[in-house]
Write a protein that binds this ligand. Sequence first.
Ligand code: TRP
Length: 446
Amino acid sequence: MKQRENWTSNLGFILAAAGSAIGLGNIWRFPYVTGTNGGAAFLLIFLGAIILIGFPVIVAEISLGRSTEKNPVGAFKKIAPDTPWWVVGGLGVFTGFIILSYYSVVAGWSMSYIFKALNGFTPGTDFAALFGSHISGFGVPLFWHAVFMLITVLVIRAGVVGGIQKVAKTLMPVLFIILITLVIRAVTLPGAGEGLSFYLKPDFSKISIQTFTDAIAQAFFTLSLGMGAMITYGSYLSKNDNVSDNAVYIISFDTLIAILAGFAIFPAVFALGFSPSAGPGLVFITLPGVLAKMPLGSLFGFLFFLLLSISALTSAISLLEVVVAYVVDEKGWERKKAAQIIGFIIFLVGIPPILGYSSLSGFSFLGMDVLDTYDWFANNIFLPLGGLLTSIFAAYVWKAKNMMKEANSAPGKITLGKGYAFLLKYIAPTGIIIIMIFNIWTTFVG
Ligand code: TRP
C-alpha cells in the first residue's frame, strides 16, 4: 500500500490547520458578533466556549485522524468496524459539500471587491445599492465563484504537501502582515477610540442565553469542527508530533486573528463617522463607505479584500480536502480527478445560492434566502450534530482513555489527564446538546 502523505513539518500542519480555521468566520463574522453582543463580555464567553468545548473536540478530531490515518468515513470505520458510526463521517463529507458551495460564493464577492477597491470607491456612492446590484447579478458572481473554486481545485490537485501545505506556508504569513498593517492604520486614525470602546467595552446587559449559544456556534465554525476537517488534516500528521500542543497553537492563532480583525475594522468605521451594521453589510457595505473617505483608501481596500479572500481560500481547501480524501481513500479515485470532479459538482451546488438574489428570490425558508438557508442548516444542524456525535464516539466508543493515549503518544508540553476526559465525556456533549435544542427552538417556536 502507498504510504500516506505526511506534512513535512509540525509547522506545516499548524499553518495548514490554522489556515482552515482562520476564514470568513474570523475576519467578517467574529468582529460583528462581538461588537453587537456585549464586546469584551462576549469575548470572555467565547473564550470559555473555546476552552471547554472547542479544545476537547479539536483534540478528539485530530487524534481520530492521526490514529487511523484516514478520511472521516474511514476513520470511524477503522475504529468501529461493522457499526453504523461511519455515517457520522459521511455526514461530515456531506456538510463539507454544502458549506463550500456557498462559502465559495461569498469568497467570490470578496475577490471581485479586491478589484472594486483598486479602482477606488467613490465617496457618496450608495454602497448598499452597489452591493445589492453586485450580488443580484448572475454572470459576475458566477464568474468569481468559478474562479475561486478553480483555484481551490488546483491547490487540492497538487496534494497535501505540494498544494495545501505550500499554500498555507506562503499565504498565512502574508495574511498576518496584511492584517497587522490594517490594524496599525485603523487604530492610529483620529477618533479611533470610539470604535475600540464599542468593540471591547464589556456590556453585560447584552448577555442572554442567546449569547452563550452564539459563542458556542462561533467556536465550532471558526475552529472548523464538526465535519471532519481536523480528522482529515490530523490523518497527515506524523506520529512524532504532539496533538494537544498543536491544538493549542491552532486555537491561539485563530482567536488572535479574530480579535485583530475587529481592531482593523471598528476603529476605522467609527473614526470616519459610520455605525457598525449587521451581517455581510459590515464588510461589503459599511467598509467601502469608510474606504471611500480614507486617505489611500484604495490601497487599504485592496489589502482588506485580499486578506478576506486569502483567509477564505485556506479554509476552502480544507473543505474540499475532506471530500477528496474520502473518495481517494474509500473509493480509490485518483486525487487529481477527484479534485476536479468534486470541485465541479460543488460549483454547481453553489449556483442556487447565487440565484437566490435574482431569479430564485421568491425562495424563502423561515424568511431566509438560499445562501442563508444553506448556512443555517450547516451551522445549526450539521456541524453541532457532527461535533456531538464525534465527541460521544471518542469518549464512549473509542473510549476517552484510548483517545488520550493517541493524543499523548508523542512527548509535548501538555499531557491530557482526568480533567480533559471530563470535558470530553460530559461538558462538550452537554454544551452542544443545549445549543442545538435552543437554536431549533428559537427558530421554529419562538
Ligand atoms: N473555519 C472557517 C472560518 O472560520 C470555515 C471552515 C473551514 C469550516 N472549514 C470548515 C467550518 C469546516 C466548519 C467546518 O471561516
